[in-house]
Design a protein around this ligand. Structure first.
Ligand code: DX5
Ligand code: ZN
Length: 224
């Protein structure tokens, strides 16, 4: 697999000028954005939610991937779908009835993703894999941007790819989120990730958004 999606994580953007930051990332080539929702319960932080997603939807046609780091995600699926999510990803650990929630997301319109934390084994997803479009392997503990990449999570990316291959699930996206930069991106890609989320390294990196975005793209071009 040689086609990678580099998805800027808006958590690291300047929220006072979110539309402008999205536009700059689009000028750099981004067409998929990662939108982190935190509730202060499931994770020890609060970020952005439904009204911000709706505002963003009005100014971009890019793919909006909504990562719900919230308890009881079933209660808000319809609201996020209505506000314009193209994909909704829920945590395996936060969903009581994962099969039901995944089917509900797809019934509402968006594609469905399921996320696992660094401590959660890949095998916990073996039964749900045929019903999701994407698996998000967290490469940091969720809740904050700018944390150090957890390298051992890459073995789980390989494991997810192996389970998916056994079942003939060749269309499954495997996403990594947390600590992705020009050094870690190629390792994640080699392990089997095809959607790479990067927040700090794009919006708060050493150069402009375009320079930072290009640096990760260049690192990926020599990944395989
Ligand atoms: C962490 C979020 C990530 C975060 C990644 O809870 O899920 O999407 O924005 O940030 P960086 O790329 O800075 O590690
Ligand atoms: Zn995220």
């Amino acid at each position: 697999m040689a086609d990678y999606v580099l998805a800027p994580s808006l958590l690291a953007a300047d929220f006072s000028r979110l539309g402008e930051e999205v536009r700059l990332a689009e000028e750099a080539g981004a067409r998929w954005f990662h939108f982190d929702v935190m509730d202060g319960h499931y994770v020890p932080n609060i970020s952005i939610g439904i009204p911000v997603l709706r505002s963003l939807r009005a100014v971009t046609e890019s793919f909006l991937d909504v990562h719900l780091m919230i308890d009881n995600p079933d209660q808000l699926l319809a609201s996020f779908a209505e506000a314009g999510a193209d994909m909704i990803t829920i945590h395996q650990e936060a969903s009581t009835h994962l099969h039901r929630d995944v089917h509900e997301i797809r019934r509402l319109g968006p594609t469905a993703g399921v996320a696992i934390n660094p401590s959660t084994p890949a095998e916990t997803l073996s039964e749900i894999l045929p019903f999701v479009n994407l698996v998000l392997v967290m490469t940091v503990n969720p809740g904050f941007g700018g944390q150090a990449f957890i390298r051992s999570a890459l073995r789980k990316v390989e494991r997810i790819r192996a389970i998916a291959a056994e079942r003939g699930l060749t269309d499954l996206h495997v996403q990594v989120d947390g600590g992705i930069d020009p050094e870690t991106a190629p390792d994640a890609a080699r392990a089997g990730a095809d959607v790479l989320v990067a927040g700090s390294s794009i919006f708060r990196g050493p150069g402009t958004i375009k320079e930072n975005y290009d640096a990760i793209q260049r690192s990926l071009s020599v990944a395989v």
